[in-house]
Design a protein around this ligand. Structure first.
Ligand SMILES: *Cc1c(COP(=O)(O)O)cnc(C)c1O
Length: 397
């Protein structure tokens, strides 16, 4: 008689076909069974014509990849276990010893940290450029440059760059280069999320996102994506991704797939609430500047107004230099609805203080402290009341 341990595993019941519902099934696997040796030898995962091993994709992750590629107007997508691992994948797929990487001066901090750490150890140099000055990018491009990161806007200071102008600088440099020495442009598109603007319409080669943020929307899952329209770039990403073993779990993919249904609605709800709060904060005492691309006077507002359709959930406040950091800290501690924490685009509003001059190579024009706010999905009136009740802690004037 077959033993229980075996019948629990080799069970004859087969689920009926024909179950139709909105959500795709959550498929999980390390091993994928092949029907015969021929299939084991010939089944191909790279073009999604078959399955070979959990790390190489399941029906669930393939569905999510297709949806993210569609969202961004791209052709191909790979998923990674976090936004940061997706970012590092781009660097590792395209850079070799002796190459140089250019990073905007207001870039997401861990992008710089990876360049200063692992990439430097591997003989890959990097330089920071001023994203608000295409001539600075042009001056820093050299024959060693292989990859240029873009970010719109900078994730803490929210300057909105002229992306088409930056891309045009790279394209001009590429005109005289061999195809294999072409400079690749990669956009950290976490802020735009495929909703605020079409990255590929603006000419970028690669769009990376932290799906952790808007696509998930739940503040409960970490994931990243890298989308391209270029088959050769995708192939390089795919092979590096495979060799690094950057798998994502079916349960996590399910959470992001669920989030995608409400992505557009949530993005615009965040956007509306954020504009209202940013405007209100601008009228409060003790504020030197509110940074938010949709506010006239915020750096890059004109480029944002020309290239983007929405402005997301972030705004930063630069306080008057006369307000001590200790008072800013007390203000943050007094907030109730706004939680202290990293990340954004979840249901809960967040805030965090930043020491900006320590984060960039070029001078930062403000002396006062900066706080970045990420507006969640609570009622704006409650968020405004929360800011108002904490404001006295700033001890303005
Ligand atoms: C959050 C974030 C990332 C990294 O995403 P994780 O999933 O947290 O690793 C990368 N870039 C930007 C702009 C981000 O905001």
């Amino acid at each position: 008689m077959t033993q229980r341990s075996t019948t629990l595993i080799h069970h004859p019941y087969q689920a009926p076909e024909g179950f139709a519902a909105l959500a795709p099934a959550v498929h999980k696997a390390s091993t994928v069974f092949f029907p015969n040796v021929h299939a084991l030898r010939t089944q191909e995962w790279k073009d999604k014509s078959g399955y070979t091993y959990g790390l190489h994709g399941t029906p669930t992750t393939f569905v999510l990849e297709e949806r993210i590629a569609t969202l961004e107007g791209g052709q191909y997508c790979v998923l990674a276990p976090s936004g940061l691992s997706a970012l590092a994948l781009v660097d590792m797929a395209f850079l070799c010893c002796g190459d140089e990487l250019l990073i905007p001066d207001n870039a997401y901090g861990p992008n710089v940290a990876f360049a200063e750490g692992e990439l430097a150890q591997w003989g890959i140099t990097h330089r920071r450029y001023n994203p608000m000055d295409p001539a600075d990018l042009a001056a820093k491009l050299s024959s060693a440059t292989r990859l240029v990161w873009l970010e719109a806007p900078g994730s803490v200071t929210l300057e909105y760059p002229d992306l088409p102008a930056l891309v045009a600088v790279v394209q001009a440099a590429n005109a005289g280069r061999l195809a294999e020495r072409r400079v690749i442009t990669a956009l950290d598109n976490t802020w735009g999320a495929g909703v605020a603007f079409g990255a590929f319409n603006l000419g970028v080669d690669v769009s990376m996102q932290a799906l952790t943020k808007y696509p998930s929307g739940g503040a409960d899952v970490l994931m990243g994506s890298v989308v391209t329209r270029d088959a050769a770039l995708h192939q390089a990403l795919l092979m590096c991704h495979m060799r690094l073993g950057l798998g994502v779990s079916g349960n996590d993919a399910e959470l992001v797939l669920r989030g995608l249904h409400t992505l557009d609605l949530r993005y615009h709800a965040h956007d509306l609430a954020t504009r209202q709060l940013a405007q209100w904060v601008q009228s409060q005492p003790g504020v030197a500047q509110v940074l938010h691309p949709a506010l006239p006077g915020s750096p890059g507002h004109a480029a944002w107004a020309r290239d983007a359709k929405a402005a997301g959930c972030l705004f930063s406040v630069v306080f008057d230099a006369a307000i001590a950091q200790a008072h800013i800290d007390a203000f943050l501690d007094r907030l109730q609805r706004f939680k202290l924490g990293w990340s954004w685009a979840g249901p809960v509003s967040l805030c965090a203080p930043y020491h900006v001059s320590a984060m960039r190579t070029q001078p930062w024009p403000h002396a006062g402290g900066l706080v970045r706010f990420a507006v969640g999905l609570e009622a704006v009136s409650d968020l405004q009341a929360d800011l108002q009740q904490a404001w006295p802690a700033l001890q303005v004037g």
